[in-house]
Design a protein around this ligand. Structure first.
Ligand SMILES: [Zn+2]
Length: 376
């Protein structure tokens, strides 16, 4: 196809870059960015390839962030077209990664090319942060790049992540934050024994009942304008040997919090531990924090994205913090305003993943418009 956005998206989709195997995608992008004067810093960690690229030294920094890796295609015979052979049918580009998120990456790079051609002496700094592992472990990807950038006081003011945020039409929703997630792995310790001799045992299930009741009934916060109230759900619970005449010696409970910015993981930990102590329980408790909540409530980035979408698409996007976690959680640690804007998410991770060709072309125009608002 003659459109540079679609051509680059097709080139990327042709590489079966299943996380964290980049398959040459990043070198393709690096080449394009070098051609228009970007300084490139390759930052591989383990098997994951990453790069940081920037153009300009003065003013505020606007970074575009994304990933070149994709989830596996599954059985290719379930696809209408081969998953790594980009194919356009009825105005849609099909292939693994078309929507998540090789299409967005193509739109970002072409937008940068057009922007630099028009404004070679732009005032602010334009940057890219690209990883080859967002979909799998994400341990050596954006999180490590952010650590390295922070350790040398690299500044980042605004970050636009190209994750597919749109629901039923391009730009109807942008993500301006995500909830935090923390899991508790709790073991209540008792004394195993014969059910006929309870005085010689200590049943952890009986002891835990009042605690669990209080845990379930607790209100953690009321949420706020951007986040629903923090929620706790028990995911797994187990005790007993399977025999009907044995008092169990231990009971294990796993519960997860999806939390808003009205609390912190520290506050949650403290409240749960206080509760356990109040109930006089003997226990072992291990916490696993998988992501802090982040929020870009207002400011120049949200304004720029909202205005650009409105100007290009004719509607005002809804701001949302719904969905799972994304690499935005790591980038927000740099103190940057972070917003996610990308194509429709209806087919991501599915067979016959696709993106509307016109949407992708439009997305490049929106991205360029955002650059003009922030780094011109
Ligand atoms: Zn993605």
């Amino acid at each position: 196809m003659n459109c540079p956005v679609i051509a680059l998206a097709e080139q990327l989709i042709s590489q079966p870059s299943i996380s964290p195997d980049d398959q040459g995608c990043q070198e393709l992008l690096i080449q394009r960015l070098e051609n228009i004067g970007f300084t490139i810093e390759r930052m591989p960690f383990g098997e994951t390839l990453n790069f940081w690229a920037y153009r300009g030294n003065e003013g505020e920094t606007l970074a575009f962030a994304g990933h070149t890796d994709v989830v596996p295609a599954g059985d290719p015979s379930h696809w209408a077209t081969p998953p790594f052979t980009p194919t356009i049918i009825d105005g849609h580009l099909y292939g693994r990664g078309a929507a998540d998120m090789k299409g967005s990456i193509a739109a970002m790079v072409v937008a940068a090319e057009r922007f630099v051609e028009k404004y070679p002496d732009h005032r602010g700094r334009l940057a890219f942060l690209i990883t080859s592992d967002e979909e799998a472990k994400a341990a050596d990807g954006t999180v490590k790049v952010v650590q390295a950038l922070m350790s040398r006081d690299e500044r980042l003011d605004y970050c636009l992540v190209g994750e597919p945020s749109s629901q039923s039409q391009l730009g109807d929703m942008i993500k301006n934050g995500r909830r935090g997630s923390i899991t508790a792995n709790l073991t209540i310790i008792g004394v195993q024994g014969h059910v006929a001799y309870p005085q010689l045992a200590d049943n952890p299930v009986h002891r835990a009942t009042a605690f669990l009741q209080e845990l379930v009934a607790t209100e953690w916060d009321n949420g706020n304008q951007f986040f629903p109230a923090t929620s706790m759900q028990i995911a797994n619970i187990h005790a007993g040997t399977g025999a009907n005449n044995v008092i169990p010696g231990e009971m294990s409970v796993q519960f997860n919090f999806r939390f808003s910015t009205e609390v912190t993981d520290q506050l949650i930990r403290q409240r749960v531990e206080d509760m356990l102590q109040r109930h006089g329980l003997k226990y072992d408790l291990q916490w696993a924090l998988s992501g802090q909540p982040f929020l870009t409530s207002k400011g120049k980035l949200v304004d720029a994205v909202v205005t650009s979408v409105e100007q290009c698409c004719g509607h005002v996007p809804v701001l949302s913090t719904s969905g799972g976690t994304s690499d935005g959680r790591f980038i927000a640690k740099m103190g940057a305003q972070v917003v996610e804007l990308g194509p429709l998410n209806a087919t991501i991770h599915k067979v016959n993943e696709c993106v509307n060709v016109r949407d992708l072309q439009q997305l490049a125009i929106i991205y360029e418009n955002i650059m003009e608002r922030l780094v011109l």
